[in-house]
Design a binder for this molecule. Sequence first.
Ligand SMILES: O=C([O-])[C@@H](O)[C@@H](O)[C@H](O)[C@@H](O)C(=O)[O-]
Ligand SMILES: [Mg+2]
Length: 424
Amino acid sequence: MTDLKIVDVVITPVALKDPPLLNSSGVHEPFALRSIVEVQTDAGIVGISEAYGDDATLALLHQAATAVVGTDVFDLNELSRRVASAVGGSAASSPTELIGTASHDKTVAQATAAFEVACYDAQGKATGRRVVDLLGGAVRERVDFSAYLFYKWAEHPGDFDVDSWGEALDPDGIVKQARRMVDRYGFGSLKLKGGVFAPEEEIEAVKALRREFPDRPVRIDPNANWSVQTSHRVAAALEGELEYLEDPTPGIPGMAEVAAKTSLPLATNMCVTSFAEIPESVRLGAVQVILSDHHFWGGFRATQNLAALCQTFGLGLSMHSNTHLGVSLAAMAHIAAATPNLTYALDTHTPWKSEEEDVVLGGGLTFTDGAVTLPSGPGLGVELDRDALAKLHEQYLTCGIRRRDDVGWMRQVHPEWTGKRPRF
Ligand SMILES: O=C([O-])[C@@H](O)[C@@H](O)[C@H](O)[C@@H](O)C(=O)[O-]
Ligand SMILES: [Mg+2]
């Protein structure tokens, strides 16, 4: 087969409506930013991927885009080399909140991922094979996702569309939200975004979920908003109740202190978010489950490397999510289906997205009994809806948001808010 060379890259920033979801930083803004990357080849085949859409990420992607032109989409080593050298001098930047410390490695990994995924899509389209097949084959055709529950306000301050979920500010509200999500999508496990209210209230919410859904594993993730002492207290109160406890407290040493006194597995997408952080974490026994995320771990191949390390060190592997569209959902499903030890249900923000808003034809993959079935088409198996992409790009141009700022948006309502962590 002849080369399939990249001749151009198109990066389109988009904004999608986002409900007022609460977390330890503050509250989601009315719009979330993403970008769609299209890698065009000399054979006319176009590979696509989805990345963050903040200004810093866009600058990074543009910097790398120039460098990858001329690369064969099958030569992923050359692609990584070119991306790394193109972004070599860039400052470390974090595209979003709550995914751990920014580092230079992570910045390179993030840029690499955006192009690598698009190259895999192009490879699949060129060979008529699914991405999962190029990644070693599907160990499962259906990928389980979990219901991602959030405390939330009924509406944003100001004049914005109101979502249909209503407010959820106490255990009752969370249980109602979970019921609707489970009835609608069939999710078999539940994740509560915590770190919002006093830990005692959140313990009650977890217990209420356990009573209402006794057969469904529950996780809580306060995004490092509890001190070590508070984490000990919450862990003791929830012994035996949780599938895992995600990022109770900041930093690897703090997590290790918590882990030492609980039988609950600790999970993270905050203190171990790059390969450089794995050795210390393993040495201290800080975490038992790592949440992968191809967007910032470096793509599909990096996720497989992470999976191998988790296997080696006896760690569990799950998957993190930020607000995303249907291209990312497909990418997450393919890599999860090709990873034997990714056995936890994946996080997804999909239910929080308006059903009218997506960039993929047909609105994207859907959940049945809590899982998506891998699409059968070549590559990622999803196609861009050009009109929808143009509409969400227009929304990006007019929304005025250029980086995620949950702290700042919270200040609209609570001017004294600082977003300081740990708060409890
Ligand atoms: O969307 C959110 O508010 C989440 O809290 C997100 O920012 C986190 O990165 C993430 O989902 C997590 O598991 O920490
Ligand atoms: Mg998390």
